[in-house]
Ligand binder design. Structure first.
Ligand code: NAD
Length: 298
């Protein structure tokens, strides 16, 4: 596989994603301000450089995997003028739809191609190269990026124009947050009414209340052995990340005039829970609902 890639943001997700590109034969220049992240990338075979601009020189594709939209816009402002004309900028971070559109507009205005390509699948998917990518951008940008996205992921969906990849990500995660809260309220109500977790699962997993949150990620121990509830709610998908994504969804609801009362309420519930449980899996919300319902946490 040929192709010169610059990779910025070698954290929990970006580190293993860059490693998979190296393994597939790409020439990867990598940068992160954190020394430990740079050392790991070097061990994984990337060529580590000491500045963001050095990671962009002479590259065909620049990939960013950063914590938030402000950083993406700051990094783009620094890099767009120094990248060679026609470079494809792919941002895989989860950021605000408006920020994603702004980043893409600026890249295109500077003579480049741009894709927003947020992911689902978590650290395990990043390590295994089985992420799902939700891409937004022109057909030309998608065609230019598909090869590298397929190295890092098992599924790549072209969702629409710039920002629409981020739209798919926050719509999905808003629904997941809402369904985890609803499921957890139903479980705690069942507990109060004498319904065991096993019988709850037996009935609801094949009835009209069925959801992915229940059948793949059950928030109480027992019915789904691999779910974080069986491992003291070690993430998995941390509450801090769910709270971030619901905040992005709440912004988008507001900006687009959507009467999204449940989505906004889910953002409030996870924002409050995040103050005490940022590092716990988001399914631990069931323990909070139980505690606030007058029961001791499990
Ligand atoms: P992380 O904090 O582990 O990694 C982010 C990295 O970006 C850090 O190593 C940081 O030092 C680096 N960074 C900051 N400023 C930089 C700059 N100017 N140049 C280069 N690197 C810079 O975060 P993560 O868990 O890897 O998540 C990254 C993104 O992926 C986030 O937007 C997150 O919402 C999203 N995401 C995470 C998961 C997950 O399970 N962790 C799942 C899906 C999506």
């Amino acid at each position: 596989m040929s192709g010169k890639i610059g990779f910025l943001g070698l954290g929990h997700m970006g580190g293993p994603m860059a490693a998979n590109l190296v393994r597939a034969g790409y020439d990867v220049l990598a940068f992160d301000p954190v020394p430990a992240a740079r050392e790991q990338a070097s061990e994984d075979g990337a060529t580590v450089v000491d500045s963001a601009t050095a990671a962009v020189a002479d590259r065909d594709i620049v990939i960013t995997m950063l914590p938030n939209g402000k950083l993406v816009l700051d990094v783009y402002a620094e890099l767009l003028p120094v990248a060679k004309p026609g470079t494809l900028f792919i941002d895989c971070s989860t950021i605000d739809v408006a920020d994603a559109k702004q980043a893409a507009d600026q890249a295109i205005a500077a003579g480049h191609l741009a894709l927003d390509a947020p992911v689902s699948g978590g650290v395990a998917g990043a390590v295994a190269g089985t992420l799902t990518f939700m891409a937004g951008g022109t057909a030309a940008a998608f065609a230019a990026g598909l090869g590298v996205l397929e190295v890092m992921g098992a599924k790549v969906v072209h969702c629409g124009d710039s920002g629409v990849g981020q739209a798919a990500k926050i719509c999905n995660n808003m629904l997941l947050g809402i369904s985890m809260i609803g499921l957890s309220e139903a479980i705690v109500l069942g507990e109060k009414l004498g319904l065991s977790h096993e019988k709850f699962f037996d009935v609801v997993s094949t009835a009209s209340g069925q959801s992915w949150a229940l059948t793949s990620y059950c928030p109480v121990p027992g019915p789904v052995p691999a779910s974080p509830a069986n491992n003291d709610y070690q993430p998995g998908f941390a509450t801090a990340l769910m709270s971030k994504d619901l905040g992005l969804a709440a912004n988008a609801l507001q900006a687009n005039g959507v009467d999204g009362r449940i989505g906004r309420l889910a953002a409030e519930i996870y924002s409050r829970f995040n103050q005490e449980a940022a590092g716990r899996d988001f399914s631990a919300i069931v323990t909070d609902i139980r505690k606030r319902s007058g029961e001791e946490p499990a």
